[in-house]
Design a protein around this ligand. Structure first.
Ligand SMILES: Nc1ncnc2c1ncn2[C@@H]1O[C@H](COP(=O)(O)OP(=O)(O)OP(=O)(O)O)[C@@H](O)[C@H]1O
Ligand SMILES: [Mg+2]
Length: 357
């Protein structure tokens, strides 16, 4: 676990960390490493952008030690944070890649958990990553098959299911471990969700995101019940403390993502349908995720404005939105991004501290 000092990834040119945030960081560090995954089975709702930019806020600006795991076989997060040269160099030789695949592959050939974490520093974002790997998709079958075994208490099945718990257990020198996930309710995501302390739901304001809230609530209920059965039936109970973290995922909150503002005849105005859906979200969250929520906390972590060209520009420059240094229209957008991630970051830390038992 890290000390109370800011990590050296913090850049000196950011304003001093406020008293409120310093208190939250100190309270968090007493609790040990926390793990948080970002999940929505709907695609393109801004998960990866949120994970990378929120993690940059926490590490670059506030000095927390963050590990980001790219658990999406699409590898969008990895592509975002690595420079183009690094990316090509890294993936040139598939045998030499140290990635999320190296974490899970030894299990499938009967070698147990990998001995070390393949961690890589990303100075431009301030955090470390376990880079993604398209071959992770090939392990979806392994995780699905072994899940059947896990549900009936098989040692092999439980070991495979808890592969991400093992990763988290090895990340003790980080304050927070983040997982970026692909948009599915498949076996990889099930293992990530069941391993993490908390999950955050990034969502766009549309009808499918409302469905997604329900899907997540329903899926987690069934998975947790099946896993609890498997743990009760474990053929080798002495193995369990080695594989489980003993944690149950709780709902840390949701982040809404605004659409591009629609122009109407009388000026710029958000359309009615958007407003109507937006109003139903708190109730839907309550109905479907209340039992997993953190007591006395507001789950709405923030509303992400459409930051226009700043988002794609930060992707091509491989830098967080808050450090895109271009001038012109980018000056105003960068300012908005700084306020936005500062507010979301503060709310996120508050809920994390409240939820850490
Ligand atoms: N605040 C924002 N302002 C403008 N564009 C944004 C913003 N956030 C994300 N985007 C853009 O929206 C697109 C989808 O975002 P992102 O890749 O983060 O979604 P995702 O949920 O991770 O997608 P997937 O489900 O494929 O993993 C990207 O092109 C990104 O640049
Ligand atoms: Mg993504």
């Amino acid at each position: 676990m890290s000390t109370g000092k800011p990590h050296k990834s913090r850049k000196a040119n950011f304003p001093a960390v406020s008293g409120e945030v310093t208190k939250l960081i100190n309270a968090l560090r007493v609790k040990g490493t926390r793990s948080v995954c970002f999940f929505n089975n709907k695609g393109g709702v801004g998960k990866t952008t949120l994970v990378a930019n929120l993690a940059a806020q926490l590490s670059l600006v506030w000095g927390l030690k963050i590990l980001v795991v790219d658990a999406d076989p699409q590898c969008n997060l990895t592509q975002y944070v690595l420079s183009d040269e690094d990316f090509i160099e890294t993936y040139r030789d598939s045998d030499a890649i140290k990635s999320i695949f190296s974490v899970i592959h030894p299990l499938s050939i009967g070698k147990g958990y990998s001995a070390t974490l393949p961690v890589r520093k990303i100075p431009s974002f301030g955090f470390d990553v376990v880079i993604g790997d398209p071959r992770l998709a090939l392990k979806e079958d392994l995780l699905a098959q072994d899940w059947r075994d896990a549900k009936s208490g098989g040692t092999r099945g439980l070991r495979t299911t808890f592969v991400f718990s093992d990763l988290i257990k090895k990340a003790t020198n980080y304050d927070i471990v983040f997982f970026d996930m692909g948009p599915s309710l498949g076996a990889i995501n099930r293992s990530v969700l069941l391993a993490a302390n908390h999950f955050v739901v990034p969502m766009s304001i549309d009808i499918f995101s409302i469905w997604a809230i329900k899907n997540i609530g329903d899926a987690l209920k069934i998975w947790q019940r099946d896993l609890d059965n498997g743990l009760k039936l474990a053929e080798d109970p002495s193995e369990l403390p080695k594989v489980t973290t003993g944690s149950r995922p709780s709902f840390l909150g949701y982040v809404t993502q605004q659409h591009k503002e629609r122009l109407e005849k009388d000026g710029t105005r958000i359309v009615e349908a958007y407003n109507a859906i937006s109003k139903t979200i708190p109730e839907q969250v309550k109905q479907n995720l209340n039992h997993l929520s953190i007591k006395n906390s507001d789950p709405h972590l923030g509303d992400i404005k459409h930051l226009a060209s700043l988002a794609p520009k930060s992707q091509t420059l491989h830098t967080p939105m808050i450090t895109v240094t271009l001038k012109g229209s980018y000056t105003g957008l960068r300012k908005q991004a700084r306020t936005l991630y500062q507010n979301i970051g503060t709310h996120f830390l508050k809920n994390l501290v409240a939820g850490a038992r």
